[in-house]
Ligand binder design. Structure first.
Ligand SMILES: Nc1ncnc2c1ncn2[C@@H]1O[C@H](COP(=O)(O)OP(=O)(O)O)[C@@H](O)[C@H]1O
Ligand SMILES: [Mg+2]
Length: 166
């Protein structure tokens, strides 16, 4: 682990399982209204990481890729909260985001996870957790967490504690 600055967390994952576990730790920390943006190339591990988020958050059903549906809605048993998982790969711009009802989702209480968030950059809230996933080897990924807004800086501190106990 390298701490670039207090607000950033830089982690190497050596396997899909490790990426999933990391996602799961984050998922357990997420609260109503949290926004998570996963940026990285095809195959970087965005969906694997989100599957972990779903697990840690308590989603009733396993998270699968929303590539064809653009958006998947997940529920959990413990409360009425929703987890929205969006794949923006095929959206051209922020206007397209509106056609899938993004404004309503952003106004709601759910947790939102975006894959390909840069496709709809201007439609994203300023306050968000940003995760950059980079392929550094066949089974190695570099995940860099940064947060805009107080909530996400706190979230990174909490995630660091959970991931490393420091
Ligand atoms: N360390 C790793 N973390 C995540 N995925 C990995 C890792 N090593 C290998 N993989 C593989 O890379 C692929 C990532 O796919 P996926 O999560 O669908 O990517 P994306 O959603 O970013 O396009 C999976 O086949 C997974 O098994
Ligand atoms: Mg994906």
């Amino acid at each position: 682990m390298a701490i670039l600055n207090a607000d950033e967390l830089d982690i190497i994952s050596h396997s899909a399982e490790q990426t999933m576990r990391l996602g799961s730790r984050l998922g357990a920390l997420l609260q109503a209204g949290d926004v998570v943006c996963l940026s990285g190339d095809m195959g970087a591990g965005k969906t694997v990481f989100t599957a972990g988020i779903g697990q840690g958050w308590g989603a009733r059903n396993p998270v699968t890729s929303p590539t064809y549906n653009l958006i998947h809605q997940h529920e959990r048993a413990r409360d009425d909260l929703k987890l929205y998982h969006l794949d923006c790969y095929r959206l051209r711009d922020a206007n397209d985001a509106e056609t899938i009802g993004l404004d309503d989702i952003l106004e709601g209480e759910g947790v939102i996870v975006f894959e390909w968030p840069e496709r709809i950059a201007s439609a994203l809230p300023d306050a968000r957790l940003w995760v950059e996933l980079r392929v550094t080897d066949v089974t190695r990924r570099n995940l860099i967490f940064s947060g805009q807004g107080a909530r996400y800086k706190d979230l990174i501190v909490a995630l660091r504690e959970k991931a490393y106990g420091v």
